[in-house]
Design a protein around this ligand. Structure first.
Ligand code: C2G
Length: 132
């Protein structure tokens, strides 16, 4: 069984996220998503609208996702790859090159980011609509 892993906050889940998850799953048979905890989000200077528990529950409902684990630190990726016998590590291209250190443990793939959508764009657009 070819195992794939990807990491992210996945707040206000949108079609760019689903595009990533679909392509990541297509690279193997089993997709693990490590979803950023609320505490780890603070380290990323992110405040998600949905709590960790609710973002986890939503991701677990996505057909491409087989398992969801917590992302709690920048340093857990090597351990995750080894402990979960990961074959492929996947991230969007905005992270190009940032995780190449994992290449000694698994394949590292950066997929083109979906243009035109992002969680911050959703928040900004809603703000604009509501402020007239
Ligand atoms: N993504 C994408 N296209 C978009 C938006 C997001 O392909 N329009 C991808 C990102 O490249 C990332 C994943 O979807 O691979 C999740 O995006 P975020 O929730 O913004 O994740 P991020 O905050 O980048 O966290 O340790 C890694 C970090 O946890 C990644």
């Amino acid at each position: 069984m070819k195992k794939v892993i990807t990491y992210g906050t996945f707040d206000l889940l949108h079609w760019g996220h689903v595009n990533l998850l679909r392509r990541a799953k297509e690279m193997g048979d089993y997709l693990i998503v490590a979803i950023s905890s609320d505490e780890f989000n603070k380290l990323k200077d992110k405040k998600s609208y949905h709590s960790f528990e609710n973002r986890k529950m939503i991701l677990e409902a996505i057909r491409y996702v087989d398992e969801v684990i917590a992302e709690e630190s920048w340093d857990q990726k090597v351990r995750d790859v080894v402990d979960h016998n990961i074959d492929v590590f996947v991230m969007g291209s905005d992270w190009e090159g940032k995780f190449d250190f994992l290449k000694e443990h698994c394949e590292v793939v950066y997929l083109p980011r979906t243009v035109g959508i992002s969680t911050s764009k959703i928040k900004d657009d809603l703000l604009e609509v509501n402020n007239g």
